[in-house]
Write a protein that binds this ligand. Structure first.
Ligand code: MRU
Length: 364
């Protein structure tokens, strides 16, 4: 697949993020040199999507708090794509870091966003690796962060292969939010089977929910599908029922932020609406995610902490006010789809279908 964007990279001893708040109009990159700037980028969704914030968190563990950082080094460097011709990856910093310091960094980072399990999964994996090292030196930790990153890319490809037959059988798909390249390290999760089927010459058409309030569909999914040459149509979130009732959609495919042990799925707010519609119209509802999104420690979806975000995300669009001032707003960022509404979960370890076998919970 050509032209897939790179949302997260480790370059010259800093975490480079494609600033997703500025897409699709501006392709700008941030270089985070300290952990506060990584936290800020995750909390404000400059980097977003469950696997991508996990990878950013893993690299973020390598960065110091600002107060211990070399004086004079910028917090964030913003570059446009034109400034980045050649990026020579240079793993600086032989310094050791204490376990206590790493635990402090982990505690801090997981507070940036609560719902996606991938963030805590990745920083805990970094901590577990550090505990096994005789000396906790930064290059060894960097190797582990790179492994997390590379495994995620491989998982996305495998999800693409596993899901492609479903996409070929249901070539007119609806997706919600962005579970593509921008949300992970490479092919994406929900978009991976679409990219694989497309690259094999199949004619796929993707209906893209715009995904209020932050428009990840119309800003991000539309942008990356268009760059990859996949046919798409953007719709408002309230149009899905009409499209289904008029026979324009064959299936829905979405990503996930956390899958509970019983198969309940937390994903972007509005996902549950689509799952209920699929049941009504007899359409398959597919979830695609890496195994690291399945959380055996969370028994059911009711235990998943749902992030509430600021009211301004609803009262403003791209900074422009659209509501009267001082109104009450409710803005949960995710919802939970019960397992019984999910046709299949497509993972890098294969496709699982409810009622779920113990494999969903014992494979970690
Ligand atoms: O709030 P966001 O944009 O981070 O929400 C992202 C989603 O809900 C995605 O569907 C999910 O993280 C899966 S990404 C492969």
């Amino acid at each position: 697949v050509n032209n897939l964007p790179r949302a997260v990279a480790w370059v010259d001893g800093a975490l480079r993020l494609l600033d997703q708040t500025r897409l699709p109009h501006t392709e700008a990159y941030l270089d985070c040199h300290n952990i506060e700037s990584v936290y800020e980028a995750i909390a404000t969704m400059r980097v977003r999507g469950a696997p991508a914030i996990g990878i950013a968190g893993a690299y973020g563990m390598l960065l110091p708090f600002r107060d211990t950082h070399e004086p004079g080094t910028d917090n964030i460097t913003v570059r446009t794509v034109r400034d980045i011709h050649v990026s020579v990856e240079n793993d600086r910093g032989q310094a050791e870091v204490s376990l206590i310091e790493l635990e402090r960094r982990a505690d801090y980072l997981v507070g940036a966003r609560p719902t996606a399990v991938n963030l805590s999964w990745a920083v805990n994996r970094m901590l577990a690796h550090a505990r096994e090292l005789p000396n906790v030196d930064v290059p060894k930790l960097l190797e582990e962060a790179r492994r997390i990153h590379a495994e995620d890319a491989a998982a996305c490809r495998a999800i693409g292969e596993a899901g492609a037959p479903f996409v070929k059988a249901h070539p007119r798909l609806l997706t919600h939010c962005n579970a593509g390249s921008l949300a992970v390290s490479e092919f994406g999760t929900a978009l991976a089977p679409i990219y694989v089927a497309h690259s094999q010459g199949n004619r796929i058409h993707v209906f893209v929910d715009e995904t209020r309030p932050l428009l990840q569909g119309s800003r991000l999914t539309a942008w990356e599908l268009q760059r990859a040459g996949v046919d798409l149509t953007v719709i408002a979130d309230n149009m899905a029922a009409h499209l289904m009732s008029t026979g324009r959609i064959d299936a829905v495919i979405v990503g996930a932020d956390r899958v509970a042990a019983n198969g309940d799925v937390a994903n972007k707010i509005g996902t549950l609406n689509l799952a209920i519609l699929c049941k009504h119209f007899g359409l398959p509802f597919y979830v695609a995610c890496p195994w690291s999104t399945i959380d055996p420690a969370t028994a059911t979806g009711s235990e998943i902490s749902i992030e509430k975000r600021s009211s301004e995300e609803l009262t403003h669009i791209m900074g422009v006010p659209i509501s009267p001032p001082d109104i009450d707003v409710f803005n949960p960022a995710f919802d939970v789809t019960p397992a019984e509404l999910v046709s299949s979960i497509i993972t890098e370890r294969g496709v699982v279908t409810p009622p779920y076998p113990p494999q969903l919970t014992c494979g970690q």
